[in-house]
Design a protein around this ligand. Structure first.
Ligand code: RP5
Length: 169
């Protein structure tokens, strides 16, 4: 894991996952954050195999300057919910699809949180949207980032219109 000291040049988003085997799915979140120039750190933090490390990570995150945590896990995917229980920061959960059950187990483990402990859950394998949602959360109090998000949305719209035009030609 990249760790940083507490300073304004440190990462704003913590991107964690239960296993390095989740990286092929989670990498899309890193790519989205990088596209927007958002500083982030990446690490493996397992709810079941390194429970104390998970609790320490969650407890220290805000004090280290992080603003959002993206947590991905598969199967019995308890990482996002447990991290959310131990930090005041917004947590975005990414259900990682594994070999069995097509990721439904991951989705249900993450999405069905008890009242009082929210996790913003994206679709199964939806790590890119997790990255984009983190950008939007940061953009709410960052006008420059909000302007970039607006340009991104305009580009999406142009792309669809161009495809429509190609069908007409
Ligand atoms: C979960 O168990 C991890 O998030 C991963 O999706 C899954 C399998 O982990 P490995 O056995 O590949 O390390 O906790």
């Amino acid at each position: 894991m990249c760790t940083v000291s507490e300073n304004s040049n440190g990462p704003r988003v913590g991107l964690i996952m239960g296993s390095d085997s989740d990286w092929p799915t989670m990498e899309a979140a890193a790519v989205a954050l990088a596209e927007f120039g958002v500083r982030f750190e990446v690490g493996v933090v397992s709810a079941h195999r390194t429970p104390q490390r998970m609790l320490d990570y969650a407890a220290d995150a805000a004090g280290r300057g992080l603003s959002v945590i993206i947590a991905g896990a598969g199967g019995a995917a308890h990482l996002p919910g447990m991290v959310a229980s131990a930090t005041p920061l917004p947590v975005i959960g990414v259900p990682v699809p594994l070999k069995y059950l097509d990721g439904m187990d991951s989705l249900l483990s993450i999405v069905q949180m008890p009242a009082g402990v929210p996790v913003a859950t994206v679709s199964i394998g939806g790590a890119r949207n997790a990255g984009l949602l983190a950008v939007r959360i940061l953009a709410a109090s960052d006008p420059a980032l909000r302007a970039r998000m607006e340009r991104f949305q305009a580009d999406l719209s142009d792309m669809v219109l161009a495809k429509d035009q190609a069908l007409q030609d």
